[in-house]
Design a protein around this ligand. Structure first.
Ligand code: SF4
Ligand code: SF4
Length: 507
């Protein structure tokens, strides 16, 4: 039996997971239209490869990856492209993004797919290219391009693959449902992933509040010798990658580092299935399983949803009562953000849409002064000092924010949850992180322009020195020739003198 370790901090908010009846998934009704943002992942936006008026089929690529950190977008059903323009998208920033709108024809016609007969015979590069072309980005909510994560080849390689089925955030049961319904596909995906990165051990990690998922995963794991199902006590946020690695391996990812630095790769169960589907069936990511829950819904549950489905249409399939809803949240109550426009679409990172009533999740209370109680530091799973980070964020003291490792904050919200002064700490951290990223980008820009200026100065000085050296060489050669009596200038002067003397003599 594997030893399990504890993490610093953490909290136990009410789970409310039974509300969405985990373990049962239904198809969402076909929407009238799809709105597909070109950025549903971390990295550069994909570039549209269709135009308004084009007819597209399900599975067809409609936007191609642009740059190394990017993934393509595929049509989830057949129809006509009716717009390519900026629309509201689900993102904490509240900014708009270019979206491709498809009016569906209801026929649901698809392109043909070609999977690999034997993925073990392929090179890693060929497998990575398939993963990239399938548009796979972390489906647990992080959205990082999976091919990039699989390609990161640090010293010592990857020894352990963790399939992260923790799903510690209240309300959300999408991963629980995926593990109960598709355990075999997850294990197949885990086998492919471990082959690609050379991992010797596969840990299928599930919190102990999901006994049905644990049973399903144990049964499926019998087909993969290197796989082991590991359960551990329920605590939020055990599902953070760094926290989970600490729980399972008692190992710390260095500050500012990634799991690959210590030979570990974490993947979400749905991402493992997406990799399996891309390689074995040749299918891109076009749908996902999303929890739609909250007391404003008559029929909450887990739905298999086409990407691009407007959130309003998804809510309506679950019996949404807009009058009783206080707000709609994209994601869970701890890390999610308010949906400002119900026309916003479901995207690759949409693991939950939550529509609570006002009494269920009361609106935030007015912020009061920090009383320096230290409860935030006790709750922080990253062992940070949230109170100090708050002061430095308010003071915009970037040096101190860096020194206090703000970028290691996983924005779990545990500190804000326990804060008796109701300070929206995560909002301060998000904003401060944005400023730090901007400063870092600005520094890169100014370093680049300084390097360009210095290179130009160096070139000009080198060219001037070369010209001066050539001039000195010419002068020295002329002097040498003059001393040797074969100075061409002196000779020309002598010839001119002789000619003049001859002309005078002839007169
Ligand atoms: S929990 Fe809130 S009030 Fe207490 S120290 Fe932290 S920020 Fe201040
Ligand atoms: S949001 Fe950041 S600072 Fe607050 S508890 Fe989570 S990791 Fe710590």
């Amino acid at each position: 039996m594997r030893q399990i370790f504890d993490i610093h901090g953490g909290i136990h908010p009410p789970e409310r997971k039974d509300m969405s009846n985990p373990g049962w998934v239904r198809d969402c009704d076909m929407p009238s239209k799809l709105i597909l943002p070109v950025t549903q992942h971390v990295g550069s936006p994909a570039r549209p490869v269709v135009e308004v008026g084009d007819i597209v089929l399900g599975g067809q690529m409609i936007a191609e990856a642009q740059g190394p950190v990017s993934v393509p977008v595929h049509a989830p059903s057949s129809g006509t492209v009716t717009a390519i323009e900026a629309r509201a998208v689900p993102h904490a920033s509240g900014l708009t993004d270019t979206c491709i709108e498809i009016s569906l024809d209801g026929r649901d016609e698809w392109v043909g797919f070609e999977g690999l007969d034997n993925w073990r015979d392929e090179t890693k590069a060929a497998l990575l290219e398939r993963v990239r072309l399938a548009g796979i980005a972390g489906l647990g909510g992080a959205g990082f391009p999976t091919a990039i994560k699989l390609a990161s080849d640090r010293d010592g390689g990857i020894h352990t693959l963790i399939i992260n089925g923790t799903e510690c955030e209240p309300y959300i049961t999408a991963d629980d449902t995926v593990m109960q319904c598709f355990a075999q596909q997850i294990v197949e995906g885990a086998e492919i992933l471990s082959h690609m990165v050379g991992a010797e051990t596969v840990l299928l990690a599930v919190e102990d509040n999901k006994p049905e998922a644990v049973d399903a995963m144990r049964q499926a794991a019998e087909a993969l010798e290197m796989a082991e199902v590991v359960t551990f006590p329920t605590k939020y946020p055990s599902g953070g990658e760094k926290q989970l690695i600490e729980i399972l391996l008692n190992a710390q990812v260095p500050s500012g580092g990634i799991p690959a630095d210590i030979g570990v790769l974490c993947q979400n169960p749905s991402t493992a299935i997406a990799v399996r589907d891309a390689l074995i069936d040749g299918k891109p990511v076009t749908h996902r399983i999303t929890t739609v829950t909250g007391r404003s819904l008559k029929d909450p549950g887990n739905r298999r949803v086409m990407l691009g489905t407007p959130i309003k249409e998804l809510l309506d399939t679950a019996g949404f009562n807009a009058d009783s809803a206080d707000r709609v949240i994209h994601g869970g109550p701890m890390m999610g953000f308010a949906v400002t426009d119900l026309d916003m679409p479901v995207v690759k990172i949409t693991n939950c849409v939550l529509a609570p009533t006002r009494t269920e999740i009361p609106p935030p209370q007015p912020q009061q002064a920090c009383i320096r109680c230290g409860m935030c530091a006790e709750a922080c799973p990253a062992s940070l000092l949230p109170q100090q980070l708050y002061w430095y964020a308010r003071a915009k003291d970037q040096e101190q924010l860096e020194r206090h490792n703000l970028m290691d904050c996983i924005e779990c919200g545990a500190c804000a949850y326990v804060c008796p002064s109701h300070i929206p700490l995560v909002q301060y951290y998000r904003s401060a992180k944005g400023s730090l990223r901007e400063t870092a980008k600005e520094k890169v820009r100014s370093d680049n322009s300084r390097s360009r200026f210095e290179a130009r100065q160096e070139r000009l000085e080198r060219e001037a020195a070369e010209r001066e050296a050539m001039r000195a060489a010419r002068k020295a050669a002329a002097e040498a020739r003059a001393q040797a009596g074969d100075d061409p200038v002196q000779a020309a002067i002598e010839r001119a003198k002789a000619k003049k003397a001859q002309q005078e003599a002839e007169q």
